[in-house]
Design a protein. Structure first.
Length: 102
């Protein structure tokens, strides 16, 4: 017998803020990404400050910080080429929150 989940995205709502910050390189259209234990994902942050600290590690000048909704971040991640398969909340690099988009 199959069951219908009332809120299949409940866990997502608990781990990810409603709005997140991304790093984007406007001239190229590239976004900041990260790889954790072999999983590649679009890097997102709950604060602008965290995003800019991460930008210091990126060897590309001119990175801009943009604020988007979690749903918008999911769509941006889906549009990235492989191997990007997730959105990663990187407030704690040692324990990122990972949401798979494909």
């Amino acid at each position: 017998m199959s069951q219908t989940l009332v809120c299949p995205f409940l866990e997502i709502a608990e781990d990810f803020p409603e709005d997140v910050f991304l790093l984007k390189h406007p001239p190229s259209g590239k976004f900041g990404c990260y790889c954790h234990q072999g999983v590649h994902g679009l890097a997102c942050f709950s604060t602008e400050e965290s995003a800019f600290r991460f930008a210091e590690w990126i060897d590309l000048s001119g990175m801009a910080c943009i604020e988007v909704t979690f749903d918008e971040a999911r769509e941006i991640a889906k549009e990235r080429p492989m191997p990007i398969v997730s959105v990663m909340l990187l407030d704690d690099l040692g324990d990122p929150k990972i949401h798979f988009v494909r």
